[in-house]
Design a binder for this molecule. Structure first.
Ligand SMILES: Cc1cc2nc3c(=O)[nH]c(=O)nc-3n(C[C@H](O)[C@H](O)[C@H](O)COP(=O)(O)OP(=O)(O)OC[C@H]3O[C@@H](n4cnc5c(N)ncnc54)[C@H](O)[C@@H]3O)c2cc1C
Length: 372
């Protein structure tokens, strides 16, 4: 715990920045957040309805850290006094080699799961058709992401932490025993700064930290209304290869009565200007959604929503800090970071509390950085 009230700036009010700010405030630091747009904006990665929580990864270490992340989500729920996750059936299917890899990792970590029989899937989700073996994990959940950012803001504001919306940090300057932020052309002095600026992190830390190169991609999800009498759907990852660039499909029932789906890693490099969904991606999303949920008929109230991913070279996350942890940066959440957010918040707070001596290691933190 800090002996004096250090002033810490947090740049970026996505789930990582707000989560870190809340944890730092809880530990007694005086926190001020800077966000260049509004909270949950569509240029970042944390906006919109719903995220999947799953423990299915092929690396046992990632499975282990997700079990811990699940525990931390429960703790965050208690801190914020709000339900942030709902347990739902979590399915992985579409590629038997991939699901066998998940099964092996889950077995190694003694995490419960089952492969469902065709009769079971037909009985539980009569309108859905699955391909390959269907793995159901015991810890599947829907994260109510649309509640998370407002709840973190409320928590921070109740603790008198300042959240500066629509306020861009132009530059970070290291000064003796602290940092100076150039904010809208004006210098602001802090003891430390935590950079959680998603697509903006590398540029802000240029010349200060040698961060892994990230590739910023422009992604889109499709959401639409479900029939009122639709069965309770699971959250799912379908590992059949999309017919366009991309790894897999994901879909999740989100706010009451909506379904949201996407192609994982479909994105092209993000460009300046208003986001434009490529026609091939829009076609792929609409035809997958219509075939899976509407018997190839019309989708109701469908909407494409833009967002960005920040891909690190190995798709795991990085954390770095200057000497004494005056400047701390995290990033590379690579389109799958939300489920780990409470663990990231703790990791950042530990870096600060230890003056940079306690850097996170082991997945989800990138092993490639450890080799440097
Ligand atoms: C459509 C979609 C679906 C996803 N689904 C899942 C899922 O199911 N499960 C899962 O675990 N993960 C999922 N993810 C990934 C997850 O949501 C992201 O990894 C995570 O939200 C990234 O959060 P962040 O805080 O690092 O970045 P962001 O949310 O991008 O936050 C960074 C913020 O910094 C601000 N900023 C940037 N530069 C500056 C500056 N100079 N000054 C001030 N502010 C600045 C930006 O405006 C932005 O708001 C998904 C992502 C997307 C986009």
């Amino acid at each position: 715990m800090p002996s004096t009230t250090e002033k810490i700036a947090v740049i970026g009010a996505g789930v990582m920045g707000l989560g870190a700010a809340a944890e730092l405030s809880r530990r007694g630091f005086d926190v001020e957040v800077f966000e260049r747009a509004d909270i949950g904006n569509s240029e970042g990665g944390s906006g919109g309805i719903g995220r999947i929580f799953r423990t299915t990864y092929p690396e046992p270490e990632a499975v282990r850290s997700l079990i811990e992340a699940g525990r931390l989500w429960d703790e965050l729920e208690r801190t914020l006094g709000l339900k942030l996750r709902s347990a739902v059936s979590g399915l992985d299917y579409g590629d038997d080699v991939i699901t066998a890899g998940f099964a092996e990792a889950l077995n190694r970590e003694e995490v419960q799961f089952r492969f469902l029989t065709d009769d079971e899937t037909a009985e539980r989700w009569p309108s859905l058709r699955f391909s390959g073996r269907v793995l159901e994990q015991a810890d599947g959940a829907l994260i109510h992401s649309e509640r998370v950012l407002p709840a973190l803001c409320e928590y921070l504001e109740q603790r008198s932490a300042l959240i500066n919306r629509s306020t861009t940090v132009d530059r970070i300057v290291q000064v003796e025993a602290g940092v100076e932020l150039v904010v809208n052309g004006n210098p602001r002095r802090f003891d430390r700064v935590v950079v959680c600026a998603g697509a903006g992190t590398n540029a802000l830390c240029d010349g200060i930290l040698d961060l892994p190169a990230v590739r910023i991609t422009q992604e889109f999800t499709l959401s639409f209304d479900l029939e009122a009498e639709a069965e309770p759907f699971p959250v799912a990852c379908d590992y059949r290869k999309p017919s366009i660039h991309g790894d897999s499909y994901f879909w999740l029932p989100s706010e009451p009565g909506r379904m949201k789906l996407g192609v994982f890693a479909s994105g092209v490099e993000a460009a300046l200007g208003p986001p434009q969904c490529p026609a091939a991606l829009a076609d792929e999303l609409y035809s997958y959604a219509a075939a899976t949920f509407a018997a190839n008929g019309e989708l109701m109230n469908s909407e494409l929503t833009p967002c960005t991913y920040d891909f690190s070279p190995d798709e795991w996350f990085f954390a770095d800090a200057t000497a004494g942890a005056r400047v701390v940066a995290v990033g590379g959440f690579s389109g799958h970071g939300y489920k780990f957010a409470p663990s990231v918040a703790i990791a950042i707070a530990e870096i600060i509390d230890s003056d940079g001596l306690k850097m996170p290691s082991g997945l989800p933190w990138t092993p490639s950085l450890a080799l440097v």
